[in-house]
Design a protein around this ligand. Structure first.
Ligand code: COA
Length: 241
């Protein structure tokens, strides 16, 4: 287990793990049932494989920084996901009939008092961190919502066979239940693809910041966002009472 991260406790009386939502989706006359729950340790290995294949390999930022291009890079990404999972705030959506993973959201808590992260030894990860810093400086979520702690996302994805059935939207809505369980008010993420941005809007998130990939290329010349031209990168957040 990583010692770098704290396992976030639930508020008094809130059980862990728990199922946050169940929903049915009809497609071509077949109705499937799904449930969303805490991502528990028995799923960690499968979840790392799932998120690397369904999110990281095609992720706009990893492609722009070149972090996904080597086995060493993939190893770092796998370790980072596992470290996020260790905080026990990530969410998994499961097909109730097959028990297969349908979708996943890797989530982690950070505080405005956290010390700056040490620079990576890997030049491509330094480029990636430069991008994240640029977005954080463009939109300061702590100041905007007047909070000290925020739940961020390290990746959101839905298995290709389950896409377009509202699963990402349901996962994003379920983040509100995790926030209430741990006593944190705000979740915020960079949404780099149109599908994810639409899902966040459908889940009731506020749009805080938007920038085109053409502008990202201009601001961050050491990265290459040309594969994303014509689209925008957005920050969207949700505040619960
Ligand atoms: C993006 C992703 C998570 C969406 O998951 P999903 O379960 O298919 O999303 P939903 O079914 O909840 O869709 C929500 C809305 O977005 C729309 N949408 C979904 N994918 C879309 C796409 N690729 N292009 C345009 N619209 C899309 C849906 O039609 C729906 O719109 P509606 O509310 O008007 O009906 C999924 O396509 C995926 O895993 N993609 C690869 C990884 C990725 O892009 N992750 C996000 C990075 S931040």
């Amino acid at each position: 287990m990583s010692t770098e991260f704290v396992v976030y406790p639930r508020r008094d009386g809130v059980p862990y793990p728990q199922i946050y939502s169940r929903f049915k989706v009809k497609s071509e006359d077949v109705e499937d049932e799904f449930f969303i729950q805490d991502l528990t340790v028995n799923y960690f290995d499968m979840a790392v494989d799932f998120i690397v294949e369904n999110h990281a390999r095609g992720a706009v930022f990893h492609r722009a920084a070149g972090t996904i291009g080597t086995e060493a890079g993939v190893d770092i990404i796998r370790k980072n996901y596992r470290a996020a999972f260790e905080q026990r705030v990530s969410l998994i959506c499961i097909d109730a009939k097959t028990n297969e993973i349908a979708g996943l959201n890797a989530l982690y808590l950070a505080s405005k008092f956290d010390p700056p992260k040490p620079e990576s030894d890997d030049p491509n990860f330094r480029k990636l961190n430069q991008t994240l810093k640029f977005i954080e400086e463009s939109f300061n979520v702590y100041e905007h919502y007047g909070v000290d702690r925020v739940m961020f996302a390290a990746g959101l994805c839905v298995d290709k066979t389950y896409r377009g059935r509202g699963i990402a939207t349901e996962i994003l809505k379920a983040r509100a239940h995790v926030l209430k369980a741990i006593g944190v008010e705000v979740t915020s993420s960079i949404f780099s693809t149109v599908g994810a941005q639409k899902a966040a809007k459908a889940a009731g998130y506020d749009e805080n910041f938007s920038i085109s990939y053409e502008d990202m290329d201009e601001k961050l010349p050491s990265l290459n966002f040309s594969h994303g031209y014509g689209n925008t990168c957005k920050v969207l957040s949700l505040k619960v009472k």
